[in-house]
Ligand binder design. Structure first.
Ligand code: HEM
Length: 417
């Protein structure tokens, strides 16, 4: 966010994600459809209200297919080292429209039904217990980065288990996925993408040689059993599942833990049952959406939207953080956790045909991981001033770079939480 922007200029999104909630408020104040500038000077329209977001996400004239509906990309005007290149150039359900989207989504949606996700509970509980044991093995008084050692590890281990990723591939995959979610990346985006695809191709060849009960092996069956899935679509679908499955849930856990440790008395209420973990999870999703701004959709025809002329080919970015602010009954900019309001509405998992396939899995992971963490470490507290926590370098991914905590507290450190 830059202070020097005037309301008549297109809004330049802060690639460093310094204060996403404040930026969301500024966007909202500019109206439901705001001209914005993405990295590289690319113009887009930010959708900032829940009503318009739902309307456009359900509108067949609005597509996610970059290869058919974004002329700037088709004409080669988008450089391959553009920081958001992976978001628009993948070939999987995320960038598919209409019948193609249905075909690609159908291949993995059976893995995410309520029944299949519920069946993962024992595995998730086992992963959580292992991680808590690893944390408990640290010396007392050690400052632990809980984002790295817990918030990231829960979804990472769950998704790699689900996909049958061998242990030696997981760390490398993770580095590349982190880079995709950064809007101020440290590495060349094109090289990063190529490396990620290379590792996932290696995963495919290993599972081809040694199939298992995992999602990768099942997708290979679809690919090899007919022509419904190209090799590129197979690899890029794995890329989607690993990145969507990990990078988002880490932010949910990060912010939910942050909420508990920074709200006096909240943990006591959660443990006494006068506040609910599920409510905390939904309120966290609303107030700190893990995907704060979601790239990209395209107008396939000229459209009149919220009083503005949108030309065919214009891109939209969904300002989910801004839209969610309007859904907060405690006031648009409040992030106070109010347990007296159990129903929480938000758009953090999207809306319409592309609605998040992993929503039930993310909620289950959080519902297991959060109470288990605070049961094991009821005195857990931040080891730094909350104001000192740095945010991720991203306007897409909303989280902290680190969450340094004391797992146990000496009497001197103990407060009245
Ligand atoms: C808190 C955690 C999560 C958040 C906030 C989140 C958010 C989202 C959002 C906003 C979309 C919509 C994209 C669009 O409309 O363009 C989406 C799609 C998707 N998500 Fe999630 N997600 C989360 C967890 C997961 C998990 C755990 C998985 C899988 C293991 C997953 C897999 C997917 C997939 C495959 C899609 C694409 C669906 C499509 O294009 O049809 N997500 N997610």
């Amino acid at each position: 966010m830059t202070d020097l922007q005037t309301a008549s200029d297109p809004y330049m999104l802060d690639i460093n994600g310094t204060n996403i909630p404040a930026e969301a408020t500024l966007l909202r104040e500019r109206g439901p459809l705001v001209p914005v500038v993405l990295p590289g000077g690319i113009r887009a329209w930010a959708i900032t209200t829940p009503t318009l977001l739902k309307e456009l996400f359900a509108d067949e004239r609005v597509s996610k297919d970059t290869y058919r509906h974004w002329p700037a990309f088709i004409n080669g005007e988008i450089p391959l080292d553009w920081p958001l290149i992976a978001w628009v150039s993948v070939r999987n359900m995320f960038t598919a429209h209409g019948a193609d989207h249905t075909r690609l989504r159908k291949l993995i949606s059976p893995a995410f039904t309520g029944r299949r996700v519920t069946a993962l509970r024992p595995r998730i509980e086992q992963i959580v217990t292992e991680l808590l044991d690893e944390l408990a093995a640290h010396p007392d008084e050690m400052v632990v980065d809980l984002r790295e050692e817990y918030a990231a590890q829960v979804p990472l281990r769950v998704i790699t288990a689900l996909m049958g990723v061998p242990e030696d591939l997981a760390p490398g995959l993770r580095v590349c996925v982190d880079e995709i979610f950064s809007t101020a990346p440290q590495r060349d985006p094109q090289e990063n993408f190529a490396e990620l695809v290379g590792m996932l191709s290696m995963l495919v060849s290993r599972r081809r040689g040694e199939p298992g009960e995992d999602m990768t092996s099942r997708l290979i069956d679809h690919r090899d059993g007919g022509d419904r899935l190209s090799e590129e679509e197979l690899v890029h679908t794995l890329l989607l599942v690993i990145s969507a499955g990990y990078e988002t849930t880490v932010n949910l856990l990060d912010h939910a833990i942050h909420t508990v440790v920074t709200r006096r008395g909240l943990l006591a209420r959660l443990r006494a049952g006068t506040a609910g973990w599920r409510h905390l999870i939904e309120a966290t999703l609303r107030d700190r959406p893990p995907v704060a701004n979601l790239p990209l959709r395209y107008a396939t025809v000229d459209m009149h939207v919220a009083g503005q002329h949108v030309s065919a080919g214009d891109p939209f970015i969904a300002a989910i953080a801004a839209a969610n602010q309007q859904l907060n009954p405690s006031g648009p900019v409040s992030d106070e956790f109010d347990p007296s309001r159990p129903a929480v509405e938000h758009l953090s998992f999207g809306y319409g045909p592309h609605y998040c396939l992993g929503a039930a899995l993310a909620r289950l992971e959080a519902a297991i991981a959060l109470p288990a963490l605070f049961d094991r470490f009821p005195d857990l507290g931040l080891a730094v001033d909350p104001a000192a926590l740095a945010t991720l370098d991203s306007f897409i991914s909303q989280g902290h770079q680190q969450l340094p905590v004391h797992l146990t507290r000496t009497p001197a450190l103990r407060d009245e939480r």
